[in-house]
Ligand binder design. Structure first.
Ligand code: PMP
Length: 463
């Protein structure tokens, strides 16, 4: 693979992009003078841009997606064969890969039972929200409609998903939002000093107790569900502290509240288990997933629930309003589940969950060494190959560094041929957490190349 690209085509592509593409999540002004970046090719852990420059991708396609790496022939072949056989039929009918992937997925999720295919992670979350609302009408006289979500968590870009969005930076200027979504405090140990009354000891239990306080304030008979990320992604790569999940589960049980775990980032291997919640002994009622389900080889997302929830929608077949009256056009695409079956087989056959744990440990160790060396690194955290390093101007006060400096570190890594990310979208202008999510196939050399690049960048940006 030399990454070369026909020069004539290249200038045409760049001009077409500049003229017609509205890129996601970025300001376009710089493209008036600089070329937009076009990613042309990918193989394994690496991608090549329009200039033929090779990059080690430490963020799996930018947003935690390409978990098994680029250029997997067996996935492409499975998709091709399936598309030639049947590309699509609305999911009111079944399909062979749809049924077989659901069977394989449920094997990995004891206690869960039903798979609802959707277009995107946002939409998968919205399906669960709609089910909660319908259950409130069916079972609780229309009362238990409120959905709790957590400060710093993110559940998608559509308006109801944003209504459950705990990242103020993303939500600013897009309101008003849907009613009935109630925020609970975050559980971030490193920033607990920002929470009134947070204790030094047993912070995890205390943070979960704050959820109970919100439930009591709102009225337990009005709260239908609690929606949480297992490890918060864009909000700063945050793993809940000891004691948190056990209390969360108790609280949900006590007040008859459905637990919705958003695995859009953690799902299918990213933290070293099939799902993030499985690390914490939690029994969810809804699990949503998207990015890693087929590693980006085809668009697929799903909402998975229990037989108990499913039964509520079929028990009274004579009620014309009783079933889940919802559709998602591309939930009937067969390419997604065909790719997802092969994606899961690769993770199993290549033992990638174990590699994720081993490489995650190595990367954590490397980042901790950087923390010793660079005082700007205030915290290193995460799970498996889903890691963050928070940059602070002052370790004692934990004041975040200026976002522009964090971006300068990302740009310096990019110049060295390593793509990393920056996040923490809770406070506008304070995106100060470097984030890393290399593919689960990463080798020790890849990991060291990533952290060496960060080491060099921190030295240059902060001296
Ligand atoms: N939930 C989480 C935790 C996410 O990180 C994202 C996407 N970044 C979503 C939901 C939304 O997924 P999508 O962009 O596929 O709608």
């Amino acid at each position: 693979m030399d990454g070369t690209f026909n020069e004539n085509d290249l200038s045409r592509v760049v001009e077409a992009d500049r003229a017609h593409i509205w890129h996601h999540l970025i300001q376009h002004k710089p493209f008036e003078t600089n070329d937009p970046r076009i990613i042309v090719e990918g193989k394994g852990m690496r991608v090549w841009d329009q200039k033929g420059k090779e990059h080690l991708d430490a963020v799996s396609g930018g947003v935690w997606t390409v978990n098994v790496g680029y250029g997997r022939e067996s996935i492409c072949k499975a998709v091709y064969d399936q598309l030639m056989k049947l590309c699509y039929f609305a999911n009111s009918a079944g399909s062979i890969p749809g049924a077989l992937f659901a069977e394989k997925l449920i094997e990995k999720m004891p206690g869960m039972s039903r798979v609802y295919y959707t277009n995107s992670g946002s939409e998968a979350n919205e399906k669960a929200f709609k089910m909660v609302r319908q259950i409130a009408h069916k079972k609780y006289g229309g009362k238990k409609t409120k959905i709790l979500y957590r400060d710093r968590d993110y559940h998608g870009s559509t308006l109801a998903a944003m209504s459950a969005g705990g990242q103020d930076e993303r939500n600013a200027q897009y309101g008003p939002f849907a009613p009935g979504f109630i925020r609970v405090p975050h559980c971030m140990e490193y920033r607990k000093h920002e929470l009134d009354g947070a204790p030094e000891e047993n912070f995890g239990e205390w943070a979960a107790d704050q959820i109970e306080e919100v439930i009591l304030r709102e009225g337990p008979d009005t709260v239908g569900a609690l929606c949480l990320e297992p490890v918060t992604a864009g909000g700063g790569v945050i793993e809940a502290p000891e004691g948190y999940w056990q209390r969360v589960q108790e609280i949900c049980k006590k007040y008859d509240i459905l637990l919705h775990i958003d695995e859009v980032v953690c799902g299918v291997g990213r933290t070293g288990t099939w799902f993030g919640y499985q690390q914490y002994g939690v029994k969810p009622d809804f699990v949503t997933m998207a990015k890693g389900v087929a590693s980006g080889y085809a668009a697929i997302a799903c909402m998975v629930t229990t037989e108990e929830v499913f039964d509520m929608f079929k028990e009274d077949a004579s009620d014309p309003m009783g079933y889940f009256r919802d559709i998602s056009t591309f939930g009937g695409c067969t390419a997604g589940p065909a790719a997802a079956i092969e994606n899961m087989r690769i993770i199993e056959d290549e033992n990638l969950l174990a590699n994720c744990v081993a490489m995650g440990d190595r990367m954590t160790g490397n980042l901790q060494a950087l923390m010793e060396k660079h005082k700007v690194v205030g915290d290193v955290r995460g799970k498996g190959l889903f890691l963050g390093a928070e940059l602070v101007a002052d370790r004692a006060s934990r004041e975040p560094v200026d976002e522009k400096l964090a971006q300068a570190v990302v740009a310096d890594c990019m110049a060295q041929g390593v793509i990393i990310g920056v996040t923490n979208r809770s406070v506008p202008g304070r995106n100060n957490t470097l984030c890393f999510s290399p593919a689960l196939i990463a080798t020790a050399d890849d990991i060291d190349q990533i952290t060496d690049a960060v080491d060099g960048a921190l030295g240059r940006v902060f001296g």
